[in-house]
Ligand binder design. Structure first.
Ligand code: UD1
Length: 428
């Protein structure tokens, strides 16, 4: 599948932000520890969610999807193993490790898939679980975990890994005493996981701070939980508004989690007006100003997931901006493609210098990962001419109905199935 986007259209109107990909994926995995019925609202219709649902169904659980509501009944007995094909489809399949350890005291899993952002090891996940008493061996390319007992106590993350924090929180609910986690990730998705688990009957405190305390329990109940909205999807539409110099209003947006993106936008001269906790309007200036230096950091720093989006916006700023990527070693997959469109971005190690240009041009480009793909959409929307974006399955992993949402605000974009003729000259 490809996206064909005609640039240069002024956009206007309202975009409704969908549920958060990074919050719903660990929550879906965590539903299996309850052995009860969970109704999750505000779930995004994206391929990563469908892959996770496929894993739950493979495990033998009843899952139904009704619009943005997913119901998981995990009361049946199941197996603590996932085949390689399902495991490799997404990175966050690794969260089934903590869920299996909790539910079965045993797990046998292939390493996960996901975006190619350089090495994405799981050493922190395994080291924390091992310190808590999980025996871990590698067998036939699989990680095999057995848990004679999971010990309560105090444990410290060497780095605040989001996935490792989620895995350990879920597993720790099975420990033989309270588990105190120091230096955990503080991302909003960690708070969402805590809120979900507490709604299902657990007691966990401190998510979003430097110390999380997990009080083990076996006693869960049926529950209904509304997943937070996607802060990175919201950041994407903030970037789209700014780059195309269009006024857009975002509804169902998690305003409190957007402060870093809003700060960066404000440096660029964009006015971000919050009407209430879930509605904001982006009002761009005639010409964007550059930013001196934006550095990606664990939350509450600037999110690495918004780095490519910010860069695509800065392409049209008047002057030179700098971005430093500190979280992933290979997260400039979009640069080569943006430069094909007339951008002027130089990368040296983890630093990118973005020299603003007057005009971007439509081109044939390739989405190399999820956010790199979104950056190409942003550039395409403000380019002269038409852009053909290949490999959009990466984009569809994390963006619900992106082309539909864009056309609703005045873009001229369409999805092309691979078999359709798209040789140049291509047109909408
Ligand atoms: C999650 C998000 C992803 C986001 C990232 C950082 C999901 C599904 N994905 O990914 O969108 O970009 O947080 O905010 O929620 N690391 C290790 N060893 C480990 C674990 C991580 O070295 O055991 C390194 C990673 O290679 C990476 C950094 O730590 O360089 C951050 O990884 P982590 O916070 O774990 O990100 P993910 O949970 O994979």
């Amino acid at each position: 599948m490809k996206y064909l986007i005609e640039g240069g259209k002024k956009l206007s109107g309202t975009v409704r932000i969908s549920g958060s990909k990074n919050a719903v994926l660990p929550i879906l995995a965590a539903t299996i520890i309850t052995g009860k019925k969970t109704v999750l609202k505000n779930c995004p219709d994206i391929s990563d969610v469908h892959c996770t649902v496929d894993i739950l169904k493979y495990l033998g659980y009843d899952v139904t999807i009704d619009g943005s509501t997913i119901t998981v009944d995990s009361s049946k007995k199941s197996t603590p193993e996932v085949p390689r094909e399902l495991m490799c489809r997404l990175r966050s399949s690794i969260i089934f490790l903590g869920a299996f350890i909790n539910r079965f005291g045993y797990a046998k899993l292939f390493p996960p898939g996901g975006c190619e952002l350089g090495k994405r090891p799981i050493d922190i996940h395994l080291s924390m679980l091992s310190q808590m008493g999980v025996d871990i061996i590698e067998e036939d390319c699989r990680i095999v975990c057995t848990t004679p007992k999971l010990s309560g106590g105090e444990y410290r993350f060497s780095f605040p890994s989001v996935g490792a924090t989620e895995n350990v929180m879920i597993a720790a609910l099975k420990a033989d005493g309270p588990v105190v986690l120091k230096n955990p990730a503080k991302e909003p998705e960690i708070v969402d996981l805590q809120n979900f688990l507490c709604t299902a009957g657990a007691k966990i405190t401190g998510a979003g701070t430097d110390t999380i305390t997990v009080y083990p329990t076996n006693s869960f109940h049926d529950c209904e939980y509304t997943v937070s909205s996607d802060r990175i999807e919201a950041a994407t539409y903030m970037a789209i508004a700014s780059a195309t110099r269009s006024m857009l209003t975002l509804t169902n947006a998690p305003c409190k989690d957007l402060f870093r993106m809003a700060e960066a936008m404000e440096q660029m001269g964009v006015y971000v007006m919050e009407s209430n906790s879930h509605t904001l309007t982006v009002i761009p200036p005639k010409r964007l100003k550059p930013v001196s230096m934006i550095t990606t950091m664990p939350h509450p720093g600037f999110p690495t997931d918004a780095q490519a989006l910010l860069m695509a916006t800065l392409l049209k700023a008047e002057g030179c901006s700098m971005i430093v990527e500190n979280i992933f070693e290979n997260r400039y997959n979009h640069v080569e493609e943006l430069n094909k469109m007339g951008a002027n971005v130089l990368v040296d190690g983890n630093t990118a210098k973005i020299f603003g240009v007057e005009t971007l041009f439509g081109a044939q480009v390739y989405a190399r990962d999820l956010r790199a793909g979104a950056a190409l959409v942003i550039a395409a929307l403000c380019a002269e001419g038409t852009t053909l974006i290949h490999n959009v399955h990466h984009i569809e992993r994390g963006y619900e109905k992106m082309i539909e949402k864009l056309n609703l605000i005045g873009a001229n974009a369409k999805v092309i199935n691979s078999k359709e003729q798209t040789d140049e000259p291509y047109s909408l």
